[in-house]
Ligand binder design. Structure first.
Ligand SMILES: Nc1ncnc2c1ncn2[C@@H]1O[C@H](COP(=O)(O)OP(=O)(O)OP(=O)(O)O)[C@@H](O)[C@H]1O
Length: 252
């Protein structure tokens, strides 16, 4: 369903991605790993059209993704979360989640502002969806609470709910368990697993938490200095000398 081929992104003298290619099948969960600065977030930014690569191709469900405008990506069924939470601090949890559904509303700001017929029905359906997700992610108690002041682990779940309310077929998660404690990581893995199965989601997850990513993904792609250095099942990639060296090199 997703084919990335020979992707290269340069920022001035820095080559953030250097001829990266891989494919993701529908329903698959793929982990994207690599040391800091390897190019993982840059790759996500290409998939969501924030960045345009200097060369290479991205095909999503048979369509040239690089020909799609950034605002139209979510309408194709691709949603993402951000490494540093992209929530609105003063909006309530429910409203933050509803922001993720903006493309689903046909009414638009103008007719919504005028309260034209149809708007109420649409709004009620979106709210019901949002409330359903809030409940599934254990967020009902804080639905009216502003995002600011809530624990980090809670906010991570709000971000997931916001991505899911867009009804994506492909979910891009950027460090979803970064900053969570061990119990929260385990809980997040369980929730993600069941939501993925139920919604038939394809997932690409960027994560430094090796226990999480190796436990939950069927396949791992490892980047280092913008290049793909390994790809395969978790147990294989974990043993790969190039991967071990990339991580030890960083730690040294
Ligand atoms: N907008 C930008 N302008 C200039 N350089 C950038 C930009 N975005 C990324 N880079 C550079 O590209 C390289 C890859 O960065 P990227 O954020 O994709 O890495 P990453 O693998 O996501 O790292 P981390 O694990 O630390 O989040 C880095 O050298 C980074 O400094």
């Amino acid at each position: 369903m997703l084919e990335v081929h020979d992707l290269t992104v340069r920022f001035g003298g820095i080559t953030a991605l250097d001829g990266v290619g891989f494919g993701v099948a529908g329903g698959e969960m793929v982990g994207l790993i690599g040391p800091n600065g390897a190019g993982k977030t840059t790759l996500f930014n290409c998939l969501t059209r924030r960045y345009t690569p200097q060369s290479g191709t991205i095909t999503y469900e048979g369509r040239n993704l690089l020909g799609v405008a950034p605002h139209a990506v979510v309408g194709l069924g691709i949603a993402r979360t951000f490494q540093n939470l992209g929530l609105f601090p003063r909006l309530s949890v429910r409203d933050n989640v509803l922001v993720g559904a903006h493309h689903r509303g046909r009414a638009g700001f103008f007719s919504a502002g005028l309260r034209l017929p149809g708007v109420g029905r649409e709004e009620r359906a979106l709210r019901a969806d949002a409330d359903d997700l809030l409940e599934r992610l254990g967020l009902t108690q804080v639905a009216e609470h502003p995002a600011t002041g809530l624990p980090f682990g809670t906010l991570k779940r709000v971000e997931l709910a916001r991505a899911l309310v867009a009804r994506p077929r492909m979910l891009l998660l950027d460090e979803p368990v970064n900053g969570l404690n061990a119990a929260e990581v385990e809980e997040f893995a369980g929730t993600l697993g069941s939501i993925r199965a139920e919604f038939g989601l394809t997932v690409i997850v960027v994560e430094h938490h090796m226990g999480f990513v190796m436990g939950i993904c069927e396949r791992i792609v490892c980047l280092d200095f913008g290049r793909k250095i390994a790809e395969g099942p978790p147990e294989e990639v974990q043993r790969d000398p190039a991967v071990i060296e990339a991580y030890l090199g960083t730690a040294a």
